[in-house]
Design a protein around this ligand. Structure first.
Ligand SMILES: *[C@@H]1O[C@H](CO)[C@@H](O)[C@H](O)[C@H]1NC(C)=O
Ligand SMILES: *[C@@H]1O[C@H](CO)[C@@H](O)[C@H](O)[C@H]1NC(C)=O
Ligand SMILES: *[C@@H]1O[C@H](CO)[C@@H](O)[C@H](O)[C@H]1NC(C)=O
Ligand SMILES: *[C@@H]1O[C@H](CO)[C@@H](O)[C@H](O)[C@H]1NC(C)=O
Length: 435
């Protein structure tokens, strides 16, 4: 009787010890060690992304404090918070074995429907190869489409080219933020040795030669992200990029790099990934990346050669450009070939196509007697007729600025300045947009 009791107590004691030791081990990092040994997919189903506790995350950049109320993120965007990254297709290629050359990943967000764009990119700048001492590997970041035919096509593209990374969430504007979070997770666990990552879209001209040159000149800091900086952008309450007051009551965002194309060092991946476990997923992907950078205490370097608002075609300027947004498949081949040819000839100045006009967008705000400077917030040069600015450049036009009560704020009507370069008619004028 007494022996039985002691025996039972002993068993209970041993079991408790086992449970305690396991939980201590998993808490202090060993789980991560074991996960690295596991197949990536099984790692993900273990639930590596811990559910955020409810409460408020407060981040500060020395100028403002940004409060992220996790409860509101769960209410409005539960899917973004709870999704556990699960892969359907993974890339393959020589980059997996490359150990001698530093690895540069060109990560290109793409929708399964845009197979024509991907095909054109593969024929131009998006091929796996060496570029001036770097091993360059393009990877398309994709999610699911409803169309089963497109999904089949993705599979065969992946078999053939090995450049597709695909998760099992559905493609959508807000779900793009999941590409950021899941891509960081993939980098951290699959290629922690990556040296640099360029992030862009499938409607862009990217110049791998210029990117490599840029990395050699400016890429020494492990904590600096590079791109076209959007300093303290105003929050929009109305357009496609609207954010509700409940989700984010503050009028400004922390600094972020325009999503049209930016560059970050492999050394920052772990910091960014760790940050992604502590803050809620913001429904705008470039702003989300800005929050991650802030939480990870990283810095930015702004450079004009990230032409996220487009650039009039000119061989010379395209040779210097790291990225140019808004180049469709029809123009890509011509541009790529001409820039390549010019490279072989040496950088001879070719001034054939001057832009016909530049567009500069100004915005500013006044509250009471205070007026924020009216500053150019975007500019763009084009050939031909002025483009419709509302979609890509709508960002700064929408809203009020500053930590002031809305009734004291009068947004200055944003100005669009168009400078014409035509020889016969040099003119400069303002055009106003009211609300
Ligand atoms: C964050 O800021 C809010 C509002 O200022 C405050 O109520 C909350 O306690 C802060 N949370 C933390 C974790 O500091
Ligand atoms: C994604 O895949 C995982 C694992 O197979 C599954 O548990 C999850 O429900 C899937 N999610 C979606 C949205 O299909
Ligand atoms: C995001 O993806 C999830 C999972 O596939 C889907 O349920 C959800 O509807 C998507 N969000 C939007 C806005 O389409
Ligand atoms: C953030 O980084 C800077 C250097 O870039 C450092 O001086 C500072 O201590 C860091 N802050 C935190 C909270 O880690």
């Amino acid at each position: 009787m007494r022996h039985q009791l002691i025996y039972t107590l002993f068993i209970v004691f041993v079991l408790t010890c086992i449970i305690l030791i396991t939980s201590i081990l998993s808490t202090y990092g060993n789980l991560k060690y074991w996960n690295k040994k596991l197949h990536f997919n099984s790692l993900l189903t273990l639930g590596m992304h811990p559910h955020l506790k409810l409460g408020t995350v407060n981040l500060t950049d020395g100028v403002y404090t940004y409060n992220l109320n996790i409860n509101e993120f769960w209410t409005e965007f539960p899917y973004l918070q709870s999704y556990q990254c699960s892969l359907k297709l993974t890339p393959h290629g020589q980059y997996e074995k490359m150990t001698t050359l530093p690895l540069l990943i060109l990560a290109i967000k793409s929708h399964p429907a845009f197979s024509t764009r991907r095909a054109m990119l593969r024929q131009t700048w998006a091929t796996e190869r060496e570029v001036n001492g770097y091993w360059v590997k393009p990877i398309f970041l994709t999610a699911q489409a409803d169309n089963p035919r497109q999904m089949e096509l993705m599979k065969s593209e992946s078999r053939k080219f090995g450049d597709i990374l695909q998760w099992n969430f559905t493609e959508s504007h807000h779900n793009l933020s999941l590409k950021e979070r899941c891509f960081l997770e993939w980098l951290e666990y699959q290629i922690p040795w990556v040296e640099f990552i360029f992030k862009g879209d499938d409607d862009e001209y990217v110049n791998p030669y210029a990117v490599v040159k840029y990395i050699k000149e400016h890429g020494s800091s492990p904590v600096t992200l590079h791109g076209y900086l959007r300093p303290h952008s105003a929050v929009m309450r109305h357009t496609k990029y609207r954010i509700s007051e409940n989700l984010y009551p503050f009028h400004l965002f922390p600094d972020f790099l325009s999503g049209g194309g930016f560059l970050f060092p492999g050394h920052s991946v772990k910091k960014l990934y760790d940050a992604s476990k502590k803050i809620p997923v913001f429904p705008l992907d470039d702003v989300y990346f800005g929050f991650l950078a802030l939480a990870a205490n990283l810095t930015f370097r702004h450079d004009e050669r990230f032409h996220v608002y487009g650039l009039a075609y000119n061989v010379c300027r395209y040779q210097q450009a790291l990225v140019v947004h808004g180049i469709g498949p029809e123009r890509m081949m011509k541009i790529y070939n001409e820039v390549q040819k010019a490279k072989i000839r040496g950088s001879r100045v070719d001034q054939k196509s001057e832009p016909l006009f530049s567009v500069i967008l100004h915005s500013g705000t006044s509250y009471g007697s205070l007026t924020t400077p009216v500053r150019p917030v975007a500019s763009l040069e084009e050939e031909g007729s002025p483009p419709d600015l509302r979609e890509p450049l709508a960002a700064p036009l929408d809203t009020t600025v500053g930590p002031f009560a809305p009734q004291f704020i009068t947004p200055i009507i944003p100005k669009v300045e168009i400078i014409y370069h035509e020889k016969r008619q040099p003119s400069s004028g303002f055009q106003y947009w009211g609300k």
